[in-house]
Design a protein around this ligand. Sequence first.
Ligand code: HEC
Ligand code: HEC
Ligand code: HEC
Ligand code: HEC
Ligand code: HEC
Ligand code: HEC
Ligand code: HEC
Ligand code: HEC
Ligand code: HEC
Length: 351
Amino acid sequence: MRYNTRFWFLFATVLALAVVILPIVGLGQRSQRSTGPSQRRPPIDYSKFSHSTAKHQGACNTCHKIPTKNWQKVATFPDVADFPDHDACVSCHRSQFFKGPKPPICSVCHSRTSPKDDARFSFGNPAAQLQFTIEFPHDKHQGVIATLMRIDNVARAFSHAQRADDKTDPYNNCTICHAPRTSPLKPPGSGWPDGVVPSLATFKSSPSNHASCFNCHFKAQKPTAIECNGCHKLATPYFRVEAPNRISLKFIHDGGGEKKNHVLECTSCHINITKAASLRGLQPDVPITSCTECHNKDGLRLDVSKELAAIDKNRSFVCSYCHTSNVGSLDPPSSHYLIAERPPLKRKDIK
Ligand code: HEC
Ligand code: HEC
Ligand code: HEC
Ligand code: HEC
Ligand code: HEC
Ligand code: HEC
Ligand code: HEC
Ligand code: HEC
Ligand code: HEC
């Protein structure tokens, strides 16, 4: 452990407080046991770390360092790829660190608890509960990425870089961060609706690590890498849901027939994304008018009109060309009737 000035200051403060307070209230553990049953608080679970605990809300860099010592083993760029060291904790948790043969606090970071074993969980394990959400303003980055670097240099610099001959070349630079998926998605808890297992070509990915941020946000551009809270905002703990909550699950990004008609400029469908100042409540926001140029045109195909007509004949008809039944069995929104140049209707009003 390296002891810096802050550590000594903290240590001295804790020690001074302890000298004054401990004789009065007795050691934490003992005072808990001696309080009457009516006042007994639930025992503290030292195997789960919470960023919401008041004393854990110091500056992020009091615990997190960058780059961590292990970065070369796990990343291709200087990254925060490991848990904080012991010195980030012992100043306050000496008694939990030296408690019995298997102190619970070790399992915040270690997969095996032993004074001889340093095996740790992977830091930022996606299967664990997350305490932070990401902040990413699409609007501020739109121009930036195009101006700061020439697009092909950017593309090459990123790990998700596309091949030059790929038809999904980085339109609007979006593919820097939203490449086609390379591994299948975990289905939602309730399974895929109607058992429709989407192909790999269906979804776009989103950043899952720092590879698409730290080449700009390292030392110069704010938030810098060590300013974790510039991008990570404290939230109610949650489990990551991998599968996007789609309205049109059947839509395949790299699909649209043999000729991959769906591979178009991203913003021709995601018409508002470049104006989005925040991720909060952000949705793909794709209007049906970006489909109907091809899917509801006389002489070409009339997918929307045909399904609307099917409802006229049978009000419990389930629309299944673009949707699964969770959406296709609802009332068609007025946007759909507008495309078919018809006044809106509710299923219950159909005889
Ligand atoms: C008192 C020490 C401490 C401080 C201060 C601290 N962290 Fe952490 N952080 C940890 C520990 C320990 C873990 C691993 C345990 C866990 O995942 O909860 C962690 C994990 C994380 C993770 C990965 C898991 C997740 O919940 O997404 C993120 C992101 C993170 N911290 C961000 C921050 C940010 C942002 C700040 C500053 C606002 C911060 N931390 C301040 C100790 C700290
Ligand atoms: C500035 C002092 C301080 C530091 C530094 C600190 N803790 Fe704590 N921690 C506390 C206090 C105070 C509590 C509240 C419970 C208690 O009184 O022990 C707590 C509670 C906890 C708990 C119980 C669950 C929770 O989060 O409330 C865990 C686990 C824990 N700390 C782990 C750690 C780890 C791991 C580190 C180092 C990465 C760390 N703490 C750094 C003061 C600190
Ligand atoms: C906040 C996360 C965290 C907690 C809690 C923690 N460790 Fe560690 N531990 C680490 C990290 C990170 C390293 C690697 C340090 C390095 O590479 O310098 C490490 C290293 C070790 C090592 C290797 C030798 C050394 O000291 O560097 C042992 C043994 C170890 N820890 C045991 C424990 C035990 C036992 C506990 C509980 C009393 C514990 N650790 C609690 C993060 C933690
Ligand atoms: C520098 C990285 C970056 C760039 C460039 C970028 N995005 Fe994003 N985008 C993100 C992040 C991070 C999220 C949040 C993902 C999450 O919540 O899991 C996101 C979210 C989205 C979402 C919402 C996804 C959902 O699940 O609801 C859409 C749609 C989207 N981006 C489209 C675009 C388009 C179109 C472009 C190009 C104009 C673009 N993005 C450029 C990083 C980027
Ligand atoms: C032809 C229209 C169209 C084009 C072109 C398009 N998208 Fe999408 N995108 C959609 C639709 C439709 C959805 C799903 C919306 C829903 O059903 O909720 C979606 C969803 C997304 C999502 C959320 C994850 C997912 O796959 O469901 C991201 C991220 C995204 N698009 C990024 C992009 C990027 C980056 C491009 C350009 C390379 C792009 N899109 C091009 C129509 C399009
Ligand atoms: C090509 C370089 C580049 C990349 C890649 C990049 N950023 Fe940025 N980012 C910038 C610049 C430049 C600004 C300042 C824009 C402005 O203020 O108009 C910025 C601003 C921000 C801000 C807003 C800061 C504020 O003061 O409001 C956040 C948050 C942010 N970026 C997060 C991210 C995340 C998360 C990623 C990765 C998913 C990322 N950025 C990728 C260059 C980049
Ligand atoms: C410029 C923005 C930015 C900064 C600064 C930043 N992060 Fe992240 N971080 C992200 C994005 C974007 C992701 C991927 C999206 C997600 O996990 O939801 C991510 C993912 C993570 C993960 C999980 C994935 C992984 O790489 O293992 C951890 C852990 C993490 N960050 C911790 C930190 C800590 C600790 C700091 C400060 C030392 C920090 N981050 C600083 C944007 C940032
Ligand atoms: C060509 C593809 C396509 C067809 C065919 C289609 N839809 Fe849609 N639907 C969309 C798109 C894109 C959206 C999102 C934009 C909107 O709300 O207009 C949407 C939105 C919806 C919504 C709103 C969902 C929400 O959560 O906001 C409902 C309900 C819906 N459709 C029902 C239907 C029904 C019922 C039919 C059959 C008559 C149908 N759709 C046919 C593409 C289609
Ligand atoms: C540039 C024209 C074009 C646009 C725009 C377009 N599509 Fe398609 N789409 C096609 C073609 C062509 C097919 C192949 C039809 C066939 O083989 O029967 C197709 C096929 C599909 C299929 C069947 C699965 C597949 O990929 O083969 C679905 C579902 C679909 N489109 C939904 C949508 C939705 C939803 C939108 C709007 C967000 C949209 N399409 C926008 C041309 C387009």
